[in-house]
Design a protein around this ligand. Structure first.
Ligand code: GCU
Length: 590
């Protein structure tokens, strides 16, 4: 799907987009399926010049005669662990941004089942070869994709995947983003067997603004499209029969008396979708989320979102977060801060995070990586962002913890950007009418101590996020208590980023930013909280950020050394003084 190289201004006027077969959108609830894990050691070839496609690595061939030879080969000793970023696994790959070729073989005994090869994610582009044949590609580093291999699988099989994490001007994200560009097969890889006609997608949630009506749909894939399907929620005495049409689709609505999911009571129900040829189970919570004027309503009641930003990283080990244990560490640290809300920045995190948030009762903001310098209006951009948004929603649409889908972060309000995001918002609403749509903005009007939210994109948002680093990137022009925030949009505001840097254990003056002291960071937090308390339409806060995190662009040789030090916790999880300021603030909110 990656565009052919642009030839220069004139020639690319009719840029031809030659897209290879793309990965299919992942089936819903992979974790509810019978999986054969392909996790573990994969053989690899490091391909810094990205020459592998040209020499045919995907074919995984062997020299046959006396005169032929191959200038590549996988060997038993050069391996990487999957899932996992490749940067943290080999010293020579620490800052690597190019291609790594992965290989895995497996034996399979044919059955009457359909067989899928499923990737939790691969950053940034993946080209997938199966038994020497290219079966497709996927672009986007943070959402799942799959390929049906039913008709291609043999007794002995070989998978070869080229994963390339180079940045692209028209990528999502694009070039200079402020987090570490971990590349590779960063999430689980599985084989999934399904019946010939299987439940490929379904939505089971409360109808928008209803506390006792479930509305959703079921989608079957396969020849036996018309089937009787039961929606079973035994604990709620629901045994509801639906009949799919000749495309395998059925919409349904039904009354339901349910204990509502919330941070205080994260009630999950065992839900079974039972068709004639397939069935699948999962735990689902039921709640409603709405915005009404400047309030956010959870189950009809106003809630203040006490949040924090989290990157998908285990800082102490300098690696991507990849599994349930990692998710537990990150979300437990958020809970300890007093959070009922987490902004998963700046991309969809792994599925363990969202499923654990369901269990722990943590509300989530999830976003696609439309970070700052996105090439809005360029050929292919709209479909690229729509694909990423659809893949994110498809994976997580039945997660009660997710209340907000966010489209962008700090994108400049050009006409192309605003038109593009207004169009994207309608795609999101069409895919999921039940959740709130947001963006995190930072191009708003600061006129001394008067701050006006004047980004026209707000007209299509349900919730407005603002990133404002008063006391760090932007100096105070008045006392924090004298700041006046105003907005013509009458919508809830979440202060989605604020804070400052500090090196844990480094102490000194509270009034000099360039010393990176804990006292300076603490001072910034105290000042911001004074200001935040005076914003009448504020419905939530997510300080930037829970942990110090890696970012190649943070190059202060004394305090940063490749780390962004805005964490409330150090990279080792040590609490800075500012952590206690936020904790006290959150504990003061009922
Ligand atoms: C921005 C951006 C973050 C970044 C942060 C910072 O607002 O959204 O991704 O890390 O500021 O500069 O630390």
């Amino acid at each position: 799907m990656r565009r052919i190289a642009s030839f220069g201004l004139v020639a690319c006027f009719y840029l031809i987009i030659i897209s290879t077969a793309t990965g299919q959108t992942s089936m819903t609830n992979v974790l509810g399926r019978k999986l054969t894990s392909l996790n573990g050691k994969w053989q690899v070839i490091i391909d810094p010049n990205d020459a592998g496609e040209g020499v045919g690595i995907g074919k995984d061939a062997k020299a046959k005669g006396k005169t032929d030879f191959l200038e590549y080969s996988f060997d038993e000793t050069t391996t990487l662990n999957v899932p996992g970023d490749f940067n943290s696994q080999m010293p020579e790959l620490t800052y690597y941004e190019s291609s790594v070729w992965y290989k895995k073989t497996f034996t399979y005994h044919k059955t009457d089942k359909r067989l899928f090869l499923h990737f939790g994610a691969a950053n940034y582009i993946a080209d997938v070869y199966f038994n020497g044949e290219k079966i497709g590609s996927h672009e986007g580093g943070f959402t799942p994709f799959q390929f049906e291999i039913t008709d291609k699988v043999k007794e002995e099989n070989s998978i070869v995947v080229r994963v390339n994490n180079q940045r692209h001007k028209d990528g999502i994200p694009a070039m200079g983003y402020d987090w570490f560009n971990y590349g590779g097969l960063t999430r689980d890889v599985n084989l999934i067997e399904t019946p010939a006609t299987y439940i490929v997608d379904y939505f089971v949630q409360l109808k928008k603004a209803s506390l006792n009506q479930i509305e959703g749909w079921i989608k079957l894939s396969g020849n036996k499209a018309k089937q009787q399907v039961r929606l079973l929620i035994p604990e709620a005495k629901i045994n509801y029969v639906i009949t799919t049409n000749d495309t395998g689709y059925a919409h349904y609505e039904l009354k339901a008396k349910l204990a509502l999911w919330s941070p205080w009571q994260p009630k999950l129900y065992s839900v079974q979708i039972k068709a004639e040829t397939d069935s699948i189970n999962e735990a689902i919570g039921f709640r409603t989320i709405e915005s009404k004027a400047t309030a956010i309503l959870l189950n009809g009641k106003s809630i203040f979102l006490k949040g924090v930003n989290i990157h998908e990283e285990i800082s102490i080990e300098k690696r991507k977060a990849i599994n349930e244990k990692d998710a537990l560490q990150l979300l437990t640290a958020a809970k300890e801060l007093g959070c009922n809300f987490v902004r998963l920045t700046h991309y969809p995190h792994n599925e363990y995070m969202v499923r654990l948030a369901d269990k722990m009762g943590i509300l989530l903001w999830e976003e696609i990586p439309m970070w700052q310098n996105i090439a809005f209006g360029e050929p292919g951009m709209q479909s690229r962002m729509e694909n990423m948004m659809k893949e994110m929603i498809q994976r997580d649409q039945n997660r009660s913890s997710i209340i907000i889908w966010s489209m962008s972060n700090e994108t400049r309000p050009t006409p192309a950007r605003t038109a593009s995001l207004i169009s994207l918002a309608s795609v999101v609403r069409q895919k999921d009418s039940t959740r709130l749509i947001a963006s995190a903005l930072n191009h708003i009007n600061f006129n001394k101590n008067v701050v006006t939210i004047d980004d026209s994109l707000c007209s299509v948002l349900d919730v407005v996020g603002v990133n404002a680093y008063l006391g760090w990137y932007r100096q105070w022009l008045a006392e924090p208590k004298d700041y006046v925030w105003q907005s013509p949009f009458n919508k809830p505001l979440i202060m989605t980023e604020f804070g400052a840097e500090a090196l844990y254990g480094h102490h000194g003056s509270a009034d000099t930013a360039s010393n990176w002291t804990e006292e300076y960071q603490e001072h910034v937090y105290k000042d911001n909280i004074v200001m935040l308390k005076n914003i009448p339409f504020l419905s939530g806060t997510t300080p930037w950020i829970l942990y110090d995190f890696r970012s190649e662009r943070r190059m202060n040789g004394t305090y940063q050394k490749g780390w962004n030090r805005k964490g409330l916790l150090s990279d080792k999880g040590e609490k800075k003084k500012a952590w206690y300021v936020m904790k006290t603030f959150y504990d003061s909110i009922p």
